[in-house]
Write a protein that binds this ligand. Structure first.
Ligand code: HEC
Ligand code: HEC
Length: 200
């Protein structure tokens, strides 16, 4: 009789050990899977989250919530990114969050290395001030929460994506953001993109 509780306890301990072994296995399998996925992202977005192609956004130092939101929008097809089509099918939210944490922690891209055109830089700076872009994106354009970092982002991507927001924002995309570009013409968008890419 007195042996029983002991046995039950031993069995419980054994189960506990099994459970933690199983948990560790799951954790490492999940880690291996997200490492594999990160390698896939790196092909386009760069190993350090700084992409080489000017059409592909850098992700380094982007606020976690912004990246999470975009990954959900892209997975659900609300934001169309043809080159990422199918890549996020069935990827659980927890893994999207882990990816977002990874990118947020990487060092931010510095100012673009190409030549600065002083007049365009100044026009972009003045327009960004008048249009109050910094009230949301912060005065140093580092972004916060669901609002992306703009400083150091690729100029070509910034230009394309602003045009997209102004002219064809998709259903899942921020409407106040689109509204803030209304009435800004292409030449002005190009000045803004030049300014943010070279921001210092
Ligand atoms: C084949 C190239 C390619 C691969 C691989 C790829 N992406 Fe992308 N990604 C793009 C392009 C191009 C865009 C921008 C599309 C647009 O809006 O014009 C983009 C946009 C994004 C954005 C939105 C960023 C922003 O500033 O708006 C996020 C977040 C993102 N990708 C994350 C990922 C993650 C995470 C992976 C890996 C699971 C990944 N991408 C794999 C090409 C790629
Ligand atoms: C009311 C807040 C707000 C204001 C003001 C605002 N933005 Fe945004 N911006 C956002 C949000 C939120 C997003 C993310 C959009 C989404 O998730 O659909 C965004 C996205 C962007 C992007 C896309 C970057 C990327 O990596 O995908 C650019 C570029 C941008 N904003 C530029 C500007 C400029 C230029 C101005 C000023 C003319 C401006 N924004 C004003 C909130 C704002």
């Amino acid at each position: 009789m007195p042996r029983r509780p002991e046995r039950a306890l031993a069995a419980a301990r054994f189960c506990g050990v099994l459970a933690s072994v199983a948990l560790a296995w799951f954790a490492s399998a999940a880690q291996a899977q997200s490492a594999e996925r990160l390698a896939q992202c790196a092909v386009c977005h760069g190993a350090k989250g700084i992409s080489v192609s000017p059409q592909i956004p850098s992700l380094a130092a982007q606020p976690k919530i912004f990246v999470e939101n975009q990954l959900v929008l892209i997975r659900e097809g609300l934001r169309e990114v043809p080159s990422m089509k199918g890549m996020l099918d069935g990827v659980p939210d927890t893994e999207l969050s882990a990816l977002a944490s990874h990118f947020q922690a990487l060092p931010a891209p510095g100012p673009a290395t190409g030549p600065v055109q002083a007049d365009r830089f100044q026009r972009g700076k003045d327009l960004a001030r008048v249009a109050l872009c910094g009230t949301c994106h912060l005065p140093d354009y580092s972004g916060r929460q669901q609002i992306p970092r703009l400083a150091g982002q690729h100029e070509a991507f910034l230009f394309d994506t602003m045009k997209q927001f102004r002219d064809h924002a998709g259903p899942g995309r921020d409407t106040i953001m689109s509204a803030s570009l209304l009435g800004i013409n292409d030449a002005q968008l190009a000045d803004l993109a030049h300014y943010f890419a070279h921001f210092r």
